[in-house]
Design a binder for this molecule. Structure first.
Ligand code: TXA
Ligand code: MG
Length: 338
């Protein structure tokens, strides 16, 4: 299902067509998706795809997700597609779900890092879909998140511009990302389905659609090439630590007593409201995972650049709906503080 360009106004459409032309001549374009902004090149253009790795400073054996515009394109890029994959694609695309499938001959080595599998998804953002529509059938966009390797993903065009600006040929504006966390990545072993990276689609939503259990792959079992599994991924530059509610302010006070500036980011109400310590700033996040997820990266970007010595975050609830958030925060923690 492609959202027709009529969903966009003329200005947005002009931008989309300019971006499509840019991709066609080998450009690298940052574009919005419902999860995070992507850094895209046309799959068939080896030079442009390689530039993505250079811009991101990402190891070249880390595979990129192939973004397609319509389900009818799936068999052009993948083969031996398990029944479970079809069910998930039909149920959740366009949407925040990436399927790892056996690649077809049309997927070049430089996109998959030489692996025999390829990650594919149809993004659910009208600008992304219009762009995929505009580049034509049997064309696709290879794109990782538009951040530097290991850093926080961008959820607005301004984030992309702050990080990558002159390094990319064009940044397509598409507002703030609706989901704010990367897609759920799902792998298949015949009809056994496992989540390799928790994300926008929950485990229980997958199980509900498939009517069978889905395995959550343990970190150490995830491929080393799933870059999201490296320990320092999604890190802000400022040291970030996680504490349960009751330990949050004692930890902040300790740092403030050493003359350090601290931002405390919590979601519950277990904090003293009248704190009054000039070295401690308090930020309240939504207590529901959907809105929390949507704001997380923007909040981290903002406070990473605000000159704090430490970011202290409240541990998220240990509930399944918070899985993707917990995963990202654990990786965002400064490895030296673990
Ligand atoms: O929401 C998203 O997935 C965003 C938007 C832009 O679509 N993309 C994104 O891409 O997060 P990236 O490259 O930052 O993360 C994709 C992850 C990487 O960790 C990569 O290693 C993994 O997907 N991946 C891609 N292809 C794979 C494959 N064939 N096998 C295993 N992992 C794969
Ligand atoms: Mg990424």
């Amino acid at each position: 299902m492609i959202l027709k360009p009529s969903n966009l106004d003329q200005k947005a459409l002009d931008q989309v067509y300019a971006a499509a032309r840019c991709l066609k001549v080998g450009g690298v374009v940052a574009f919005p998706t419902e999860t995070v902004y992507g850094l895209g090149a046309e799959v068939a253009n080896a030079t442009a795809v390689r530039r993505i790795f250079t811009i991101k400073q990402r190891p070249i054996n880390h595979p990129l997700i192939v973004h397609i515009g319509d389900l009818s394109q799936l068999t052009y890029w993948a083969q031996a597609i398990p029944k479970s994959a079809w069910i998930l694609a039909r149920r959740f695309w366009p949407g925040p779900l990436t399927l790892i499938l056996q690649r077809n001959k049309n997927v070049p080595d430089y996109v998959t890092g030489g692996q025999s599998t390829v990650g594919i998804r149809i993004p659910a953002h009208p600008v992304a879909l219009a762009l995929l529509n505009a580049i034509g059938s049997n064309k696709a966009i290879a794109a990782p998140s538009a951040n530097l390797y290991g850093k926080i993903s961008p959820t607005s065009a301004v984030h992309v511009a702050t990080i990558l600006d002159k390094k990319v040929d064009m940044i397509l504006e598409g507002g703030d990302c609706e989901i704010g966390l990367e897609s759920t990545i799902v792998g298949f072993d015949r009809e056994t389905v496992s989540v390799l990276r928790p994300g926008g689609i929950s485990l229980s939503a997958l199980e509900w659609a498939l009517n069978k259990p889905v395995i959550l792959a343990k970190n150490e079992k995830r491929s080393v090439r799933v870059s999201g599994s490296s320990s320092s991924h999604y890190s802000p530059t400022t040291p970030l630590e996680l504490y349960p509610a009751t330990e949050l302010y004692p930890a902040a006070l300790k740092l403030a007593a050493q003359n350090l500036h601290v931002v405390v980011i919590s979601w519950s109400n277990h904090h003293p409201t009248q704190f009054g310590n000039p070295r401690i700033q308090h930020i309240s996040m939504p207590a529901d995972p959907v809105n929390y997820g949507k704001q997380l990266y923007a909040t981290l970007h903002q406070h990473d650049q605000a000159g704090f010595d430490h970011i202290l975050m409240e541990t998220p609830p240990a509930q399944p709906e918070w899985l993707a958030i917990t995963d990202r925060l654990q990786r965002a923690r400064n490895p030296n503080n673990r």
